[in-house]
Design a protein around this ligand. Sequence first.
Ligand code: ARG
Length: 463
Amino acid sequence: MNKDKPWGGRFTEATDAFVETFTASVGFDQRLYRHDILGSLAHAQMLAHVGVLTETERDAIAKGLKQIEAEIESGAFAWSVALEDVHMNIEARLIDRIGDAGKKLHTGRSRNDQVATDIRLYLRDGIDTVLAAIRRLQLAMLDVAEREADTVMPGFTHLQVAQPVTFGHHLLAWFEMLVRDAARFRDCRGRVNVLPLGSAALAGTSFPVDRAYTAKLLGFETVAENSIDAVSDRDFAIEFAAAAALLMTHLSRMSEELILWSTSQFAFVELSDAFCTGSSIMPQKKNPDVPELVRGKSGRVTGNLVALLTLMKAQPLAYNKDNQEDKEPLFDTLDTVLGCLRVYTDMLPAMQVRRERLSQAAAAGFSTATDLADYLVRKGVAFRDAHEVVGRAVRLAIESRRDLAAIPLNELQQFSPQIGADVYAVLTPEGSVQARNHVGGTAPAQVRAAIHRARERLASKPQ
Ligand code: ARG
């Protein structure tokens, strides 16, 4: 006791207690309990298989672990900070319950390969859940795209009206982003699905472990080749976070569009009341909170990715306690992604698409100027000359405050004698989208064909 110092005794005491909580992870890693128990069951089974445990010991361990699982699920399990993490909490409770056999479970294993195994099992399930959630959102998008395959709207570049497109085609652009997101998660899953157990602390174990046997029990595709690498690297978790950050970036871009489209200036869509909230002071307000929150949450997922990259970056081989910090960003990433996907899946089909308003907007802003140029090319004018001619026609339209389609034929013919009465068909947004009739184009028939192919692509994917 530092009685000389007014703060001494207290400080030492407080520091010890604080370090205990400071180094503990049980507050958050208890979420791994199911996967921790799964890993332990397989490990015990393997130890019995190679003769390190007796069958009686194995059975006692299995029974004890299953009881502990039930105890945790019922909420009766007393988690202890003094026991630091989920692994030691469960192991201590096992010894409590079954005695000596429990003390043998950790033979040939370290918390280092144990935790790496737990996270891989957990993430594998997490990825499967995310893939199923992406698929549900994709199916919702296809339904809306089908409903709006004929709906014309302005397409934008630089957020300036560019050319007419169909609403269905725009939604299929969103769909494609998700196709690649799902592919990234699937690809990452292959590298997650590798067994670390058997690596022990870092050098492997002196017991005759059968790693392939454990891998098979746990559904891992392969065993990690190198024990030092297996307990240390979390690159698979970083990949997961990167795939999630990209997915969230896509959802954030969609959100930005929905927010813009919901303004009275655009008025392209109206989100259902169920996905908006009001203002406590302005009675007229209906705010697009859900897309705004999704856009905001993309920030935390990108933050989680950066946290994980930074966490890994300076670590020497092999395991370091730094890695304990991988869990919260991972859990948060998974929760955030699943929440956003879910809310989008419900929100999109409930959104009202304001077709009349979209069609008016599609006709404005000289969106069919390119169609006029293409028309002249078909009449034998070189594209660069046609571009120039249409530019001058647009100038006249701007100066006289008319749309291109409102300029009479004789006036249009001043710019090029090749312009005939049939020009007005190409100056409508409907004509413009119909004309883009090729794979990947915006014509309603192409959108329907693309939706058909999209459904087939989804059906052919295992997940
Ligand atoms: N709670 C630790 C983690 O999350 C488990 C592994 C600890 N291993 C050790 N040797 N301290 O990483």
